[in-house]
Design a protein around this ligand. Sequence first.
Ligand SMILES: [Zn+2]
Ligand SMILES: [Zn+2]
Length: 117
Amino acid sequence: MTTHRRRHDHAKPYAEQDLGEVDATPFAQRPTPDGTGVVVAGTCPRCHGRTETLFPWGMPGTGSKGVLNLILGRDPAPGPEDPLSHEVHFCECGHPHPQCPPDTSYRGCGASWRIRR
Ligand SMILES: [Zn+2]
Ligand SMILES: [Zn+2]
């Protein structure tokens, strides 16, 4: 009766829940093919669905410092930052969980978390 892998819990009701810091093990990051950002992929700690979040480095041609730097409140750095440890991640498992409000910006179970280093 042991389960080695927890499956995506589709029946888990939607709830905006801050899970705090979670273990970084199930998460991986990779640059986008066009080099405009980084995609952090992993498993939602709450519903165990697969979630991917894109963190753009900046918006070319707009003269902005970039979303990431605006969030972090600092000037652009020459090298890529590590979004794994700085950003709040939201569940984007893509499953419409029960009681999910229709106007959410993320389709998921409502969980948010930071990744521990
Ligand atoms: Zn989730
Ligand atoms: Zn889910």
